[in-house]
Design a protein around this ligand. Structure first.
Ligand SMILES: [Zn+2]
Length: 499
């Protein structure tokens, strides 16, 4: 019976999906009966970000993350505007393979009518470059491009635009740019039940690609309104319109009855092809670095260099401590009744010491208002609460290269940031290093966390195939000071030994 019902629903979905023509609200039926909603209701379902979570990464060209950079602030502000009105969430990359990279286009002189920015108009399941020229690094442009990233299409290219606007071909700067005004075919456009909206973030300014020499002098109008009630603007809109909000909510099923709390998701980072968003890994003045593993197992000289980790190295004694810190992580969705409030941070570490000196590695957790606030974190920010630390007294035992697995219970109800701190005790001189690898953040308790955790490197041809053994040890101690984090005092460790 259930199968029959599902089949019927699927058929119904297919039928409505194939209706064409007019200014259709192809999904009116789905709207009135949310139970009918299926994946097929969208023409580009596969382009939608899973769970409404958009992963982004800063390119070095942007100068981000840097709390004083205007470029960073503009992007963060645009993300906030979308997050305030919809269930979409932006998270900085911590090892995910599918993400948007913000790139500042090279500051070459622009041709008069600008290619202001470019992005692939959808999710691509790999790195997606969102390139924007410095002159156009503005809220409206960023919002428009983020609209594309989310799956929205250009309003000026709607198949039904002729009822509202016309394109002045003669005012378009060049022949090749004329093609950019071609309408999108009906079967490829998601109307999402919304009529033409001149206030949409996806609507081009009326002088888009218009003839003219300089921005100051102005460009000729390429889009004109056919209706007195529809006023076109000189620039991209800096505020989401009601229909933008409705479209995004519809695409990502933000209405409470249908919304599934799939974000945040667990993240696992092997550091192999990415530093997982860790900051403070500077070669010149930080102890912390992101470096490849080198060892003797690579007898046939193949592949092993893909294995990276982060490490704090100290070879002289002019400075006592240093830190590296993570991206901002989300707290649990309030809709999520199945997970939390206890989550788990797991990682493995290796201590190495030569000569004299004691050193400690501490893991701190810092509360954030929003994961986007991680951008405000710097070396001098208040570190938050210690949730785990090595026990220096037992250091001797671990002088050899041995990976030790740590799993630390944490409260994941609100947004947070993690950071590792390495401290050389006073009078400590000599060399030491602390390596960290395979970091995971889970939204479920630590029980069983280690065994089923998957890191990408395990599936690689070039990955480690080293002998492993494990046994329990009580090295390391949780710091439960009755504060926000580290809700329980249980810490379990396994030792993964590489010989
Ligand atoms: Zn566009």
């Amino acid at each position: 019976m259930l199968i029959f019902k599902t089949l019927l629903l699927a058929l119904a979905a297919e039928e409505v999906f194939s209706i064409k023509g007019g200014t259709p609200d192809e999904f009116a039926e789905f709207r009135s009966n949310p139970k009918l909603r299926t994946k097929k209701r969208l023409k580009n379902w596969e382009d939608i970000w899973k769970g409404g979570g958009v992963i982004y990464q800063w390119d070095h060209s942007t100068g981000c993350p840097n709390p004083s950079s205007d470029n960073c602030k503009i992007v963060i502000d645009a993300m906030r505007r979308i997050m305030e009105e919809t269930c979409v969430r932006f998270k900085e990359r911590s090892g995910e393979t599918d993400y948007v990279r913000f790139v500042l286009a090279k500051a070459t002189p622009l041709p008069a009518p600008r290619p202001t920015s470019c992005s692939f108009v959808r999710r691509t399941r790999q790195e997606q470059r969102l390139e924007i020229h410095q002159d156009y690094w503005q809220t409206g442009v960023i919002l428009h491009e983020l609209g594309h990233v989310l799956g929205l299409q250009d309003e000026a290219l709607r198949p039904d635009r002729d009822a509202t606007i016309s394109v002045a071909q003669k005012n378009i700067y060049s022949e090749s740019l004329k093609r950019k005004f071609d309408k999108i075919p009906t079967e490829k456009f998601n109307f999402l039940g919304q009529p033409f909206d001149p206030d949409s973030i996806m609507m081009w300014p009326k002088n888009m690609f218009g003839k003219g020499r300089t921005r100051k002098a102005g460009y000729e109008e390429t889009i004109t309104s056919k209706r007195s009630s529809v006023r076109l603007k000189d620039s991209l809109n800096e505020k989401l319109s009601d229909s933008d909000v409705a479209r995004i909510r519809d695409l990502y099923r933000c209405d409470e009855a249908n919304q599934k709390p799939r974000f945040p998701v667990d993240t696992a980072c092997s550091f192999d092809d990415h530093r997982c968003g860790f900051k403070g890994l500077y070669d010149d003045y930080s102890f912390w670095e992101w470096i490849p593993w080198k060892n003797n197992y690579n007898q046939d000289n193949r592949g092993i260099l893909n294995w990276y980790y982060i490490v704090a190295k100290k070879e002289c004694n002019d400075r006592m401590e240093d830190r590296t810190w993570s991206v901002g992580y989300y707290g649990l969705s309030p809709l999520d009744t199945k997970r939390g409030p206890e989550g788990c941070v797991t990682f493995k570490y290796m201590l190495r010491k030569n000569y004299k000196g004691l050193h400690t590695i501490r893991l701190m957790m810092r509360s954030l208002h929003s994961p986007l606030d991680a951008i405000m974190f710097t070396e001098t920010s208040s570190p938050g609460v210690e949730i785990w630390s090595t026990d220096t007294r037992r250091l001797e035992e671990f002088r050899n290269n041995r990976w030790i697995r740590a799993s630390v219970p944490v409260n994941v109800q609100s947004p947070f940031l993690l950071h590792f701190e390495s401290i050389l005790e006073e009078n400590g001189a000599g060399k030491y290093s602390v390596k960290i690898d395979d970091l995971a953040v889970r939204y479920t308790p630590c029980e069983g966390a280690v065994s089923d955790m998957r890191f990408k490197c395990f599936s690689r041809k070039t990955s480690r195939t080293l002998p492993r053994s494990s046994s329990g040890t009580s090295m390391g101690s949780p710091r439960n000071r009755g504060q926000t984090f580290g809700a329980t005092s249980k810490v379990t460790m396994n030792r993964n030994m590489k010989t």
